[in-house]
Design a protein around this ligand. Sequence first.
Ligand code: FEO
Length: 394
Amino acid sequence: MVAKEIVPGVFWVGALDFDRRLFDELIPLPEGTSYNAYVIHGSEKSALIDTVDPAKEFELIENLVKFRIERIDYVIINHAEQDHAGSLPMILEFFPDAKVVTNEKCRDLLIALLHIPAHVFHIIKDGDTLSLGDRTLEFHLTPWTHWPETQVTFLKEDRILFPCDLFGYHTASSELYAVEDAVTLRSAKRYYAEIMMPFRNSIRGYIAMVRDLSPAMIAPSHGPVHKNPAFILDAYSDWSSDSVKNEVIIPYVSMHGSTQKMVDHLVSALMVRGIAVKPFNLSRTDIGELALALVDAATIVVATPTVLFGPHPQVVSATYLANALKPKTRFASVIGSYGWGGKSADTIVKMLDHVKVEVLEPVIVRGLPDEAAMQGLDRLADEILKKHKEISIV
Ligand code: FEO
């Protein structure tokens, strides 16, 4: 891999992972990802910000060797997750005198997850600074910019913010700087949905804090560097706001066609009423796409057949995920079919306890949907339109 200079004395030394296709054994990575690490030279001390996934630790070492970095005084760990901290044991083998600079919570996790010895830590608190000589690092605790121990580091003189997961996105790009286009926005929005959306309320505060810092650049630990911070900050302000769009998301599975007929009818009924609609066949869709769609949608309608006595397991999994991601969705309903019984609608509604939704009357039918069932779906479409009008998004 090729290390790169951002400004004199500040280098990207991370690793690109073009082949990785799954993160946390859950999140699809259609574009791969990167693990960004940065070296900052001050007149007296040098610091490494974050490390890389252990699968790529030799690339990090190779980059340090290429830049003839013979001394690291401080390793700043902004986040304990292994894709950023996982190469810390190897870094400490190469630089045994380095101090690991992080907050108390992160220290405890690093000791638990990586067995880092307690004596190597230099503990910082919110607002603390660390001098490298002619350069100064300033630390801000930002809990739940993925995990509870997360922090960001601000290089004051160059006004570069290193926020680790926050403001990043999963892509393996040979470009150092983010291109400001729709493709980047889509990737960043998908990442926001998968990683940051559950912490939307906290994120809003961090956006304000970052705007006050007025960074010249934002250098996250996944994806390219943002040379124009307003591009990503404005996008985050929009995504994390309370405003929703006139959209309905329908995650569904159909085993023998009955639920599919209901979904097809509801999709048409919503379209003729001027409502944007996105059905997601869970047997085929990528859950990252579903998460992305949940960022803005005003309504989710879960559609399921009945397996034994409840919803299809793939629908259960998608509903669990949607609930865990805590989208700002305002309304929810359930549609589907059963053969001899079951309480699919009740089960799905109970699963949405983290999403503050108003539940609209479910449409559950026995077997193949008949004319009465289709009329029920038309009434559901009418109700969705009415609700969207009440919150002024139509
Ligand atoms: Fe990129 Fe939360 O790790």
